[in-house]
Design a binder for this molecule. Structure first.
Ligand code: 4AD
Ligand code: MG
Length: 432
């Protein structure tokens, strides 16, 4: 019996007879030869059926296969330098498994709404395949990075009573006799974790009722939120740039095939593995925008045109530091040199992708934090536990949040976040 393999391991089986479970993506045939475009979940490759090398029956089956029919092929692996993948299989036998009539996603062009309506099937195509493989690599590399840096993963709750990033974008739900919200950030819980275990990170879904339809906003997305005790903002920025450089390098090292499928040049990505990343202040960013013809002034938040303009001035990711208090959340540490500002930074990705990380040093003084929360009219009965962290051994600490889909969109050079997650959730989409 030939060994059952995944085609991704083809290089170990050149000239061997193997068996592979596959689906048909496309085919071409003439009287004497059939070219089957196949995928087995690990790569896309070609199967060749020669009429004079197989039984009449097998050749007939090959000619009648429909797009997305599933079957098991037996055959011999050969190198195929003309394809992205580099190997093909010369087929000797085909065992049909599942039929497929009228697969809705044909090789012709389809509109984005049609594709999103058929996301459960669209995932099988080359482009989603490449993106999901790269997403997986970034997830794997995230765990590797934070484990090697001595962090432990501590999972925050998803049902919460708190609203770290403000109350305007909360999904509310009933929780028995109480109101609850779907978590918009695990940060406050990670701060508790940092006081317990030093260096922690969370990695999970967060939810924001974003009513805007932009290419940068999902209502459900995945965030990585590290939090570090005895750590100031300048040290946190180093962790951030090292992490991003590590993610990019991991994709370059382990996703060459996927980058080729997406036509993403690894040489371009290589530039982003060089650290440190440039740092500018919010005030410098405002000046830069004014010089570039924007009518930005102190106190303004940046939209995507502003972020794109700023990041276009650099060919690496850039930190914009110390934003005004009025446009950032309550928990940040005020800037000792300018009380109008916080000690915080957003990391803007190059090539116009905008903010991928938001982070800050945190306020650690009980009375000051209490005052800010009172001034903002926050419901203190929901945050007494958070204030406790400032009562018992409060220490300088800093953290940040990376939006996974934002980072994927940039690294894969996509137009829109919706392609960076298997089943996107947006204002007008909750199916499939
Ligand atoms: O800047 P944000 O709101 O920061 C926080 O939530 C902090 N609590 C993080 C922390 O310090 N622990 O969000 C962090 C990141 C953004 O930089 C962006 O990459 C991503 O989350 N993000 C979104 N991604 C997709 N869709 C949305 N609607 C997003 N909103 C934020
Ligand atoms: Mg932000």
């Amino acid at each position: 019996m030939p060994e059952r393999i995944n085609i991704i391991d083809a290089s170990k089986h050149v000239d061997e007879e193997v068996e592979i479970g596959v689906w048909l993506t496309d085919k071409r045939s003439s009287g004497k030869i059939a070219f089957l475009q196949l995928r087995d979940g690990t790569a896309f490759f070609q199967g060749v059926v020669l009429k004079n090398k197989v039984s009449e029956e097998v050749f007939q089956i090959a000619k009648e296969l429909h797009q997305e029919a599933s079957f098991i092929v037996t055959g011999t692996i050969h190198e195929d330098s003309r394809s992205h993948f580099g190997y093909e299989i010369q087929i000797s036998d085909i065992q049909p498994v599942g039929e497929s009539e009228d697969f809705p996603i044909t090789p012709k062009e389809h509109g984005i709404e049609f594709l999103l309506d058929h996301r459960h099937l669209w995932l099988r195509s080359r482009r989603p395949f490449a993106i999901m493989q790269i997403r997986n690599e970034m997830i794997r590399a995230t765990y590797e990075f934070f484990n090697k840096e001595g962090f432990i993963k501590m999972d925050p709750p998803i049902l919460t009573g708190s609203a770290p990033e403000g109350t305007t974008e909360l999904f509310q739900t009933d929780y028995f006799d109480h109101d609850a919200y779907l978590s918009q950030s695990g940060q406050l819980y990670e701060e508790a974790g940092a006081m317990a275990y030093g260096k922690v990170f969370s990695f999970g879904p967060v939810f924001r009722a974003e009513k805007s339809k932009t290419r940068r906003h999902l209502t459900e997305f995945w965030m990585i939120e590290p939090e570090m005790a005895f750590t100031h903002q300048d040290e946190s920025l180093k962790v951030q740039e090292n992490y991003i450089a590590f993610l990019v390098q991991s994709v370059i090292d382990n996703c060459a095939y996927e980058l080729k499928l997406l036509d993403r040049d690894p040489e371009q990505l290589k530039k982003y593995t060089k650290t440190p990343y440039p740092r500018i202040s919010y005030k410098e960013a405002i000046e830069m925008l004014q010089k570039g013809g924007f009518d930005s002034k102190f106190g303004d938040d940046f939209g995507s045109p502003e972020e794109t303009y700023i990041s276009d001035q650099f060919d690496q990711p850039v930190f914009v530091m110390n934003y005004p208090k009025t446009i950032k959340p309550f928990y940040m540490l005020p800037d000792p040199d300018d009380d109008r500002l916080y000690v915080c930074a957003d990391l803007l990705a190059p090539e116009g992708y905008g903010e991928i990380i938001g982070g800050s040093e945190r306020e650690i003084d009980y009375d000051k934090l209490l005052k800010v929360m009172e001034d903002k009219g926050m419901d203190l009965s929901e945050y007494d536990w958070y204030l406790d962290l400032r009562k018992y051994g409060s220490v300088p600490h800093s953290g940040f949040g990376l939006g996974l889909e934002r980072a994927i969109t940039w690294i894969c050079h996509l137009d829109h976040l919706r392609e960076a997650i298997p089943f996107p959730r947006m204002i007008n989409r909750i199916k499939p």
